[in-house]
Design a protein around this ligand. Structure first.
Ligand code: XMP
Length: 318
């Protein structure tokens, strides 16, 4: 029978055998999956591992520093923070199409890693937190045209990069990864973090991505997520997110007419993200969050709550 402990033991052994004395690069995203992968690899080969946490400018409020601190101080992983936000924002300028955004973001990630590898020939492997649902979604949704949504964390690296992939949780579901993480001693508050997509807030702005829109969305998101935590609702939902809609509508603030943007809030319950129901959050909670957002975030005068399930909707809006 499968247990987290036996999985860890056999995986650590496999990684050791496969990697030998080569160095392994691991991109950390701040999420559970890549953190579990990095911890597994670190357990296997120690400081032959080099973790990279890239600030792509699409992260949540304070996320870069908070997560770096956690990696360094609590998990003691060998991690380097790289601020590449300008590169990502430049690349995304004027891009509206969701799949194009994903491709651009994925390519810039590869470029950033490429630069690191170029400076150090000892790197032979790239460790990634690909999960089983990522693998299935990218295979099974292949229709006559293309995948429904590309998952940038499944798929190829450029040939010339010459790095072999290490994907130790490729056969696991999210709840199994969480169990492995607990068994590895990763703090519970971290294990229970909601999933966050690689393209980050870039696919939660339903139009072209700018620094101004990102900053606006970061404030909205921060209010929603911190209220969920404060009201003990965070662990009740599988994922929660805010989306900035390209819709302006009329409002009234004091004696003034406003014409500002709309934020959509989404929270879902799910087991593995493959199917999901919209979370029936208490109305007083939604009212409170809506009030706070409209009062505290200039530029937003309307908040809507998404009541769609997956399928036929997806969790993200893009
Ligand atoms: P959807 O929107 O497809 O999302 O129902 C299912 C889960 O996958 C996450 N997601 C992504 N994760 N890169 C990622 O790493 C992506 O491009 C991506 N798109 C969606 C989403 O946040 C949800 O947890």
């Amino acid at each position: 029978t499968w247990t987290a402990q036996s999985f860890i033991e056999s995986t650590v052994e496999e990684i050791r055998e496969r990697v030998g004395d080569a160095r392994v690069l691991c991109g950390l995203s701040g999420g559970v999956d890549s953190t579990v992968v990095a911890t597994l690899v670190h357990k296997a080969i120690g400081d032959q591992l080099q973790c990279i946490f890239v600030d792509n400018g699409l992260l949540r409020k304070n996320e870069f520093q908070d997560v770096l601190d956690l990696y360094e101080e609590e998990l003691h992983l060998p991690v380097k923070g790289v601020d590449a936000s300008d590169r990502f924002l430049d690349g995304l300028e004027g891009v509206f199409d969701p799949e194009k955004k994903r491709k651009i973001i994925g390519n810039i990630f590869i470029d950033v890693f490429d630069d690191i590898v170029e400076g150090d020939n000892d790197f032979k492997f790239l460790a990634q937190g690909t999960l089983y649902p990522d693998v299935i979604e990218s295979i099974s949704f292949k229709g006559p045209s293309a995948t429904i949504k590309s998952h940038h964390n499944v798929g190829g690296l450029p040939e010339e990069m010459n790095l072999a992939l290490v994907e130790p949780v490729r056969e696991l579901f999210k709840d199994e990864v969480r169990n492995v993480g607990r068994q590895l001693g990763i703090p519970d508050h971290f294990i229970k973090r909601h999933p966050f997509p690689g393209p980050g807030l870039g696919i939660r702005i339903i139009s072209d991505v700018t620094k101004e829109k990102l900053d606006l969305l970061r404030e909205v998101d921060d209010i929603f997520i911190s209220e969920l935590r404060q009201q003990d609702l965070y662990d009740e939902v599988w994922q929660a997110l805010a989306v900035l809609l390209p819709v302006q509508s009329v409002g009234v603030m004091g004696d003034e007419r406003t014409y500002e943007f709309t934020a959509a809030l989404r929270a879902v319950t799910s087991v593995d993200g493959m199917t999901a129901d919209w979370a029936h959050l208490p109305h007083p909670f939604l009212a409170h969050v809506s009030n706070r957002i409209i009062n505290e975030v200039p530029g937003i005068n309307r908040v809507v709550y998404d009541v769609s399930s997956k399928p036929p909707s997806t969790i993200e809006w893009e």
